[in-house]
Write a protein that binds this ligand. Structure first.
Ligand code: ATP
Length: 378
């Protein structure tokens, strides 16, 4: 029952060495990305890395300082926004407050060559698709945040754009609604086949919604890949430390004496740091281990839970903090290289309240980085 909506499909988006300068600042610095028809690509990165500016250049709301934007193979770098066949959904929805939902959705249709009857049909089918048909005669003030967000999406897709651009579209929703809405948004986007570029700084949101994620840092794309690829195979310490919650432990290899084979006389926990450091190549400046790749050892010396196949020695560690987070626990261990976070599905009764625990790591899940943060591979 997609009606007239849903036949638009998507176009490719090609960014070639796209750059934007604001005065002396290179806000976007040579971004190249190929986005396929119907793909949902997330631009992810810390505040100020250039995500919004990149999106606004695709939309035509910001001129380009260098490089180009092509949509469906056509260079649109100099085209005004209305000639690009793109629609944008903003964080604050930007609905007309004194227009009804119907009028809000109709507004962008007025400049198309649809007849009045076709417009009406398009509004109805869009509203049905977004499950807001019963809200058409209300004004935005009478709607919940989630409903307003749907109206904003309805207004964007009613025109059947080839490319949908979304800038933090869920950040005004509460946590629960955000999770529900993002999966609805994803299935809608897949049904319509609209090529989508989606900006967020929320890595969990990115992981759950994206076909591919482009992670930006300081105006550049540092890595692009599927959520699994960027998580499992980060190309830099920046990516490794940015993804995951809690994020990867990144420890300097310069601590601990065991690199020279001297393991005697260390503090508790120092041995873990030293053991990790010794397990990666000599030219590594930092060693990375994810919290879920560290495991507790119980009183009888067995690894708690589904331990790894390739398990390390047991290290005695001081526990600094234990935090229950939903169905898991985060333990913060003190080491000479700084705090190390371990994530455990369960903590056996006998280990509860202990200030020292035995810890092992998965030998197959260590990451090594050079002094510049580049990934070292064995
Ligand atoms: P956030 O998640 O905080 O929105 P972002 O990754 O979207 O960040 P941008 O908004 O693209 O980042 O900004 C990138 C850089 O460009 C920032 O340093 C910002 O201060 C600067 N910038 C953005 N717009 C302008 C502007 N109109 N004039 C001057 N500088 C700007």
């Amino acid at each position: 029952t997609d009606g007239v909506v849903g036949e638009a499909g998507g176009e490719t988006v090609e960014l070639s060495s796209l750059s934007k300068r604001f005065g002396d600042e290179e806000a976007v610095d040579g971004v190249s990305l190929s986005i396929s028809e119907g793909e949902l690509l997330v631009l992810l990165g810390p505040s100020g890395c250039g995500k919004t500016t990149t999106l606004r250049m695709i939309a035509g709301l910001e001129s380009v300082s260098g490089g180009s934007v092509a949509i469906g193979g056509v260079d649109v770098s100099e085209h005004p926004p209305q000639d690009r066949d793109v629609a944008m959904v903003f964080q604050n929805y930007a609905l007309y407050p004194h227009k009804t939902v119907r009028e809000n959705i109709r507004f962008p249709l007025r400049k198309t060559d649809l007849s009045k009857a076709e417009q009406r049909e398009r509004i109805e089918s869009t509203a049905a698709l977004l499950d807001i048909a019963d809200l058409l005669d209300k004004e935005p003030a009478a709607l919940s945040g989630g409903q307003r967000q749907r109206v904003a999406i309805g207004r964007a897709i009613g025109r059947e754009p080839s490319v949908l651009l979304m800038d933090e579209p869920l950040s005004n929703l509460d946590a629960k609604l955000r999770v529900r809405t993002r999966s609805e948004l994803r299935s809608l986007q897949q049904r319509l086949g609209i090529t989508t570029v989606y900006v967020t700084h929320d890595q969990e949101e990115a992981m759950s919604i994206a076909d591919r994620i482009a992670i930006m840092n300081d105006g550049r794309v540092e890595q692009v890949g599927t959520p699994e690829e960027v998580y499992e195979d980060p190309t830099s310490a920046f990516i490794a430390g940015f993804l995951g919650d809690p994020s990867m432990n990144l420890l300097p290899t310069s601590v601990g004496p065991s690199r020279d084979g001297d393991t005697g006389g260390t503090e508790r926990g120092d041995e873990l740091a030293a053991g990790l450091a010794a397990a990666v190549p000599d030219d590594a400046a930092r060693v990375g281990v994810r919290p879920e790749d560290l495991f507790l050892v119980d009183g009888s010396g067995s690894v708690v839970g589904d331990g790894p196949a390739n398990v390390s020695d047991v290290y005695d560690c001081d526990v600094h903090v234990v935090e229950p987070i939903g169905r898991a626990y985060e333990l913060t261990l003190s080491t000479a290289a700084g705090p190390v976070v371990l994530r455990a599905r369960t903590v056996p009764d006998e280990l509860r309240g202990r200030d020292r625990v035995g810890v092992v790591y998965d030998r197959d899940s260590l990451y090594a980085f050079d002094a510049d943060g580049g990934r070292l591979r064995r």
